[in-house]
Design a binder for this molecule. Structure first.
Ligand SMILES: [Zn+2]
Length: 71
């Protein structure tokens, strides 16, 4: 869990009214890219969801967890 702190620090409630169709989808808390996961998806069924941090995309999840874990 060490790599996530700096990443989650800049995450926050972010409302983007200009993109309502994108609004149905979660965004990565790290890079803010849209992930293909609907917001009403239960967190238990979400890939790359980290409790205490939030939703990550594939790339950030691997960067923060898989790569760090391998070192
Ligand atoms: Zn990301």
């Amino acid at each position: 869990m060490k790599g996530i702190a700096r990443c989650a620090g800049k995450a926050g409630p972010e409302k983007n009214d200009a993109q309502d169709q994108a609004d149905a989808y979660e965004r990565c808390v790290c890079c803010h890219r849209r992930v293909g996961i609907l917001k009403d998806t239960d967190i238990e069924f979400r890939p790359f969801y980290v409790e205490g941090a939030g939703q990550l995309c594939y790339g950030c999840y691997h960067e923060l967890y898989v790569r760090n874990a391998g070192v």
